[in-house]
Design a protein around this ligand. Sequence first.
Ligand SMILES: O=C(CO)[C@@H](O)[C@H](O)COP(=O)(O)O
Length: 253
Amino acid sequence: MAPPAIIAPSILSADFGNLGHECSRTISQGADWLHVDIMDGHFVPNLTFGPPVVVKIRSHVAKPTEAYGKGTFDCHMMIAEPKKWVKEFKNAGCDLYCFHYEAATSSAAESPEAISELKTSPRELIRYIHDNGMLAGIAIKPGTSVDVLWEILESPDAKDRPDMVLVMTVEPGFGGQKFMASCLPKVEALRTRYPDLNIEVDGGLGPGTIDQAADAGANVIVAGSAVFGAKDPAEVIALLREAVDKRSASGRL
Ligand SMILES: O=C(CO)[C@@H](O)[C@H](O)COP(=O)(O)O
């Protein structure tokens, strides 16, 4: 049986003028985690917010009392230099630091010094995140093959292995995009090899697409516009959870 459903609304679609209230309300409506999209205008063509905002919204949501618990801040780091910000996001209240494989392995940093200082292998970065007291996630964009993850997931030392894999189902950068079902074979391949792994999907998830994602084996569901744009967000959160748990319980995952 796959791990239980974790519903993580993306606050990218929340009312930024009332962000603290939006976060606490979403948790009280049944969300497990909050998915916090951090964009640097460089790795993706959009800008969101940094540690000071995370500090403020953290104070509106009780810290989880256990790993993966309710109130987990799942920070999706769409930034070119993921190593650079680990400590600051830990101090700001991040619980799960999910970086992009593409950012950790490309030379997106601007100078050779910055590259040697800030670039590191995904395994080293995962260890560094763990050493800083956070869960570690690794994300892949739609164009990135799932094959790049096998070696990382097979790391002999658990400290170098991710706690979660995020398979993007849209190009990262913006909310409200169309779900890319073409990314689901990656989820299936991950679930087949790793029955217990937390597999997150992000982009275009909602009542119309959740069944496909759940069938493929995803259990951590990010939904922005489908939750924050709903008349009854609690109903949507419950529907997403039910779809995942139903498939998990059926034993097909
Ligand atoms: O990371 C991203 C976008 O880059 C996502 O978290 C979106 O914010 C999801 O929004 P919807 O597609 O659910 O509206």
